[in-house]
Write a protein that binds this ligand. Structure first.
Ligand code: ATP
Ligand code: MG
Length: 306
């Protein structure tokens, strides 16, 4: 079931079109990544979907509620959490005090807010710092508290605007793991990021935005669609029997370059083991198997330049 449904959504600031005619859906429990260059409209999109700014035209439903309806907007705010691109915490309050303050703002019961504060500060490895003021925290620590803040009221849908920008690899990893455990709880994550490696690792699907939505698909399909990954199998020797065995597995394409078979497969991770087995059964001696072709970075750069 789609939990975010966007239809022809646009935003203009004066004469500038920041977001133009977006239509896409995100399912419950999905990690959806939005990639795009600076100024592409990612933050604007998230702010519209969280009802923090109004749209200029089009529509979106969040868990069935309409972002353009004032009564629904309140419900959407309760159902969603947002990690802003700038953390915005009270510097003089401790981590715990900040979180309790925001939890109460959502009118959640204290007992569940306190339970969530403990759960998320522990998950983010910040529990032992809970009674220290935000002013004493590093950037990464503040970012973790901002993530906990977005979760204190138990939102179904979490919007994160570049949550790992400026974080060290270990902190980024903790945040990626947190995202995946939220996914396991059937929460939906909407992630704006410039980190392609991160997007590839944790996103079920990726949208490439440049004012308009250029493409939406799984990382693997984006790679395939734009440049096509190749699987290269280097053999001691190629003969008709081996080629026949390979063709019987119906690769999308097969070329022979010397002793190397260059194949396009629809799902290399699934098909490669069967290929290796049947080549060996046909008497082929495999030296190496590797994949070449587009990385998500190649795909992204190509899409954004076009
Ligand atoms: N409040 C505003 N008033 C006027 N223009 C705005 C406003 N907010 C955003 N814009 C413009 O809208 C466009 C999209 O900005 P947005 O912040 O959504 O981009 P972004 O994809 O989040 O970029 P970044 O990767 O740099 O965070 C930009 O041209 C920006 O200047
Ligand atoms: Mg932004």
């Amino acid at each position: 079931m789609a939990t975010i449904e966007v239809e022809h959504l646009s935003k203009k600031f004066g004469t500038l079109t920041a977001v133009d005619d977006l239509t896409f859906k995100v399912s419950r429990g999905e990690v959806f990544g939005l990639l795009g260059p600076n100024g592409a409209g990612k933050t604007t999109t998230v702010r519209m979907l969280c009802c923090l700014i109004s749209s200029s035209s089009g529509d979106a439903r969040i868990a069935g509620y309409d972002i353009t309806n004032k009564d629904d907007a309140m419900k959407i705010r309760k159902l969603t959490g947002i990690v802003h691109d700038d953390v915005g915490l009270y510097e003089n309050l401790t981590a715990y005090e900040n979180l309790l303050f925001y939890g109460r703002m959502y009118e959640s019961p204290d007992s569940s807010v306190k339970r969530n504060i403990e759960k998320y500060l522990k998950m983010l490895d910040m529990w032992d710092r809970k009674d220290m003021p935000i002013s004493s925290f590093s950037k990464g620590m503040k970012q973790k508290v901002a993530i906990a803040r977005a979760l204190v009221h138990d939102p179904e849908i979490l919007f994160m605007d570049e949550p790992t920008a400026n974080l060290d690899p270990e902190a980024s990893k903790i945040i990626r793991e947190t995202i995946l455990s939220l996914k396991n709880e059937e929460r939906t994550i909407f992630l704006n990021t410039h980190n392609l490696d991160e997007a590839q690792r944790i996103c079920d699907r990726i949208g490439v935005l440049k004012t308009r939505m250029i493409a939406v698909d799984t990382p693997a399909n984006l790679e395939m669609a734009v440049a096509g990954k190749k699987t290269n199998i280097v053999l001691d020797n190629v003969n008709e029997g081996i080629l026949k065995a390979v063709r019987s597995l119906k690769p999308l394409s097969l070329e022979v370059e010397g002793n190397t078979l260059v194949l396009e497969l629809s799902d290399p991770a699934k098909e490669t083991p069967a290929l290796v087995t049947s080549i060996a059964a046909a008497g082929g001696k495999i030296r190496t198997v590797n994949e070449t072709g587009a990385s998500l970075e190649d795909v992204y750069l190509k899409l954004v330049k076009e």
